[in-house]
Design a protein around this ligand. Structure first.
Ligand SMILES: [Zn+2]
Length: 299
């Protein structure tokens, strides 16, 4: 057992379990001394190298009723009905790779969750993610598969992360399909595809007051060549779009595509980034339109 810092920098009592042997030892210990489990607020069960016994997992989760923060990351195939009957009234932070249809009943009795990190949906073939019937009104932060988490994108959310699990959906379309403008989102992380033309306009449409924006190019299985035509090649439009994000402080862009014709020329790359900031085609001509809040660009 250890003291760990939680998401709020509050000291919590935490434990990390990384094997079935450790899991069983903890269960035995906490059964003989229930205070051991009751004191735990932060539990990370991360067992990837074998399939842990579901009985021990469920027993463990019933021995820690005061958990605030739970990571539950297991190797597949996942134990069925693992969370049935598990009630953690204080749970606020939950990170798991369990199947989404296994989470519906659990979320129905844990509606006060505020931070949620999910892995792949595994709901391929179903018309939509099973979690689309779930309401988590206190959610502040959610991340991972775009088609699953877009359902939770509602007013009040402050952090949104959307990844592309496959080539079948477009995050930009999902962003535009969100029926609310998310004025509360200050941190947005999204995947995009090389050559996507409307990256920033989709962000402006959905999260106009974002402060920290991370754009991660997703390699496409169908398209292995490096894109030569990217949204930022039109510097004037790119710069104007950045200025439309009036509270933007940081933008991080990960791409395999070059931002200048001769990649690796630091001087030219610096000039391009200055054009993003000023909107000028030349550093010596015209009136710069400096972004009012932007202080960090990372490529
Ligand atoms: Zn899902």
């Amino acid at each position: 057992m250890s003291l760990v810092l939680s998401h709020n920098d509050i000291v919590q009592i935490g434990l990390r379990i990384a094997s079935s042997a450790h899991l069983n030892a903890f269960c035995d210990h906490a059964t003989s001394k229930p205070d051991i489990g009751r004191r735990l607020e932060d539990l990370r069960i991360v067992i990837y190298d074998h399939i842990p016994p579901s009985l021990s997992l469920r027993r463990c989760l019933t021995l820690v009723p005061n958990l605030v923060d739970l990571d539950l990351l297991l190797s597949a195939p996942f134990p069925p009905n693992l969370l049935d009957g598990v009630i953690l009234e204080d749970l606020r932070f939950f990170c798991t790779n369990l199947l989404h249809d296994a989470l519906v009943a659990f979320f129905a009795v844990h509606s006060r969750l505020s931070v949620l990190m999910l892995e792949s949906c595994h709901a391929h073939g179903l018309p939509e993610c099973p979690l689309h019937v779930t309401d988590l009104p206190h959610l502040k932060c959610i991340s991972r598969p775009a088609s699953c988490v877009s359902h939770f994108a509602k007013p009040g959310l402050t952090r949104l992360g959307m990844t592309l699990p496959n080539d079948t959906c477009s995050i930009l379309l999902l962003l535009r399909a969100i029926p609310f403008r998310l004025f509360s989102v200050c941190t947005l992380t999204i995947d995009f595809r090389a050559g996507d033309p409307n990256i920033l306009s989709s962000v402006i449409a959905s999260c106009p007051t974002v402060r920290k924006l991370k754009l991660l190019e997703k390699p496409s299985a169908a398209c292995c060549h490096v894109a030569t035509c990217c949204a930022w090649n039109d510097t004037a439009t790119w710069s104007k779009s950045m200025r439309s994000l009036t509270q933007l402080e940081e933008i991080m862009l990960r791409t395999a595509s070059p931002i200048v014709q001769r990649s690796g020329n630091e001087d030219n790359e610096r000039k391009v980034l200055m054009r993003w900031i000023t909107g000028l085609c030349s550093v010596t001509r015209g009136q710069p339109h400096h972004h009012p809040t932007l202080y960090h660009i990372g490529v």
